[in-house]
Design a protein around this ligand. Sequence first.
Ligand SMILES: Cc1cc2nc3c(=O)[nH]c(=O)nc-3n(C[C@H](O)[C@H](O)[C@H](O)COP(=O)(O)OP(=O)(O)OC[C@H]3O[C@@H](n4cnc5c(N)ncnc54)[C@H](O)[C@@H]3O)c2cc1C
Length: 451
Amino acid sequence: MTARYCVVGGGISGLVAAYRLRVTAGPDASITVFDPADRLGGVLRTEQIGNQPVDVGAEAFVARRPEVPALLAELGLGARQVGTTGVRPLIYSEGRLHPMPQGTLQGIPAHAESMTGLVDAAVEARIADEPARPFAWRPGADPSVADVVGDRFGDQVVARSVDPLLAGVYAGSAATIGLRSAVPTLAAALDSGAPNLTEAVRRALPPPLTGSVFGAISGGYRVVIDELVARARVRWAQVAVDRVEREADGWRLIDDEGTDWNADAVVLAVPAPRLAPMVEAVAPRTAAAARRIAVASSALVVLALPGGTPLPAQSGVLAASGERLHAKAMTLTSRKWGPRGNVELVRLSFGRFGDDLARRVGDEELLEWASDDLATVFGITADPVDCRVQRWLDALPQYGPGHQGVVAELRAGLPATLAVAGGFLDGIGVPACVASGNRAAAQVSIASVAR
Ligand SMILES: Cc1cc2nc3c(=O)[nH]c(=O)nc-3n(C[C@H](O)[C@H](O)[C@H](O)COP(=O)(O)OP(=O)(O)OC[C@H]3O[C@@H](n4cnc5c(N)ncnc54)[C@H](O)[C@@H]3O)c2cc1C
């Protein structure tokens, strides 16, 4: 009998799962991907701006992790991987630009000197003194990053060094993100008996890299999405799935037009807020756990400035929390990844967990904010020749304290032939999403064979 698979959600997590199912289940398997969006790829979305392909969602991946390079090689796209030019980002704090501190772990210093200029002298002295103060750590604990770093090094380190990085990754802050998710190697160093935070950071710091920390795809993530879709040979049902019900021989999916779809096994690769109502009837524990994962929204503005507009020789700037700036980050794309066409590309992102900016603020105002911030921070006043506003609503899961426990509970509530994948599970980045898609496909293909 032909195996019938349904994959709900056509972002990178769902598409990797679909591709992997095709590889393992063979040409005859029926694989349907459900996604109501105007195109597949979810947060991986490439647009033409200033006649150049520009990623308006995720733009990069951590090159040290193996998943994306391995996938690119498998898809015959290895030559498409590009690295950064090597220029460094800045931090905007107290209305001034500072070099990004070196030798930190997500902005958490291993030496007081790495914070020189960014924090007050008294804070520097406090960091230097940290190993001398009594320290207690309960192995397995998962406090917020702010609880640990604020207590040991002070709030300025949190606001000016750690928050800018966590706002960039999660649209969250040190107060909303758990230490174990943000810096797993630091949690491991503490668990294994590091006597203080300074020593734990030193033990957890990875060896210096020779190549680029980040990779990107020449031509944009669209290239990967198109190849996955072509190789997975899926049927795309451009509808939203409302709920999943149990059938005698598998599953029934009911879409938002009231149509029923049947499957032997299902991969659910939708964001956590969409997952909860979908599985309420068949996996209530999973639904309850998914509801505990909070999400943030973000808005992106990409500007194509006239070719030759002078951009500083940095990759961009991250804003400390509490600055009088609208954007939380600006990427000087043409500097970070190298020149492209006859335009200078810049990308600004707005919105943090707890604000409703990405929903509330109109395009015109966002474009004005982008121009104002570029002028304030870099003195750039050129009018763009092209621009794009892209909103990502509820797209950024918050890895709060205890997140791994929530995910373990979420997975434990699932029957064997229902699997989950997505950026809210084992890591928000694209590499972790690829891993989650692979894992989900392996789970349901084994389970449906064993059934
Ligand atoms: C602005 C932004 C920038 C980022 N930058 C980076 C970066 O540079 N590097 C990096 O590694 N990571 C980055 N990330 C994180 C990473 O991009 C995401 O975690 C990842 O792309 C999520 O993929 P996904 O497939 O899990 O989810 P999504 O891409 O959100 O896909 C889920 C899909 O499910 C569909 N869907 C929703 N409801 C239903 C339903 N009821 N039925 C059917 N389909 C449904 C949606 O339409 C969507 O296409 C960024 C995230 C954001 C938001």
